[in-house]
Design a protein around this ligand. Structure first.
Ligand code: SF4
Ligand code: SF4
Length: 139
């Protein structure tokens, strides 16, 4: 049996093809399993879809070729996490979840600090933040 291959990708939709059942065809025609990591429709009905795709390497390559031939932009997933300071209330709930030290508390001000250089992009803090101040940006 052929070994399974898995990769996270970002698909960018245009308004013309936003209604087409593109992802369903990945499963039906190329036998690829997919897990939707993120989906967002932008103004003018353009969209961004982040998927974790799994299948044989051959089917994965064929599926990606199909997406590109359908006029979609497909890129490997690359993401960064940022903090929206307008939302952050410095409650500290995120601190215990950050294993890299990117989130820390300044003892002199008791404000929560975010050092993007130390952030691995693991996204654990995104779910942990009750104020939804930690945001994932798909690049
Ligand atoms: S959990 Fe959210 S609101 Fe609280 S300090 Fe962290 S980023 Fe700010
Ligand atoms: S994404 Fe991960 S590494 Fe970055 S601040 Fe959040 S918990 Fe820390």
């Amino acid at each position: 049996m052929e070994e399974k291959y898995s990769q996270k990708i970002v698909i960018r939709y245009t308004a013309e093809i936003v209604d087409q059942p593109i992802v369903c065809r990945l499963a039906r025609d190329y036998d690829l399993d997919f897990n939707i990591l993120h989906a967002r429709v932008l103004p003018k009905r353009e969209g961004v879809l982040a998927l974790d795709l799994t299948g044989t390497k051959k089917n994965f390559d064929r599926g990606i070729r199909y997406l590109k031939e359908s006029g979609l932009r497909v890129e490997p997933l690359s993401k960064s996490v940022t903090r929206n300071l307008d939302r952050c209330v410095h409650c500290g709930a995120c601190l215990a979840f950050c294993s890299t030290g990117a989130l820390s508390i300044d003892p002199s001000t008791m404000q929560v600090m975010f050092d993007s250089d130390r952030c691995s992009g693991c996204s654990i803090c995104v779910k942990a933040c009750p104020a939804r101040a930690m945001e994932i940006n798909f690049l």
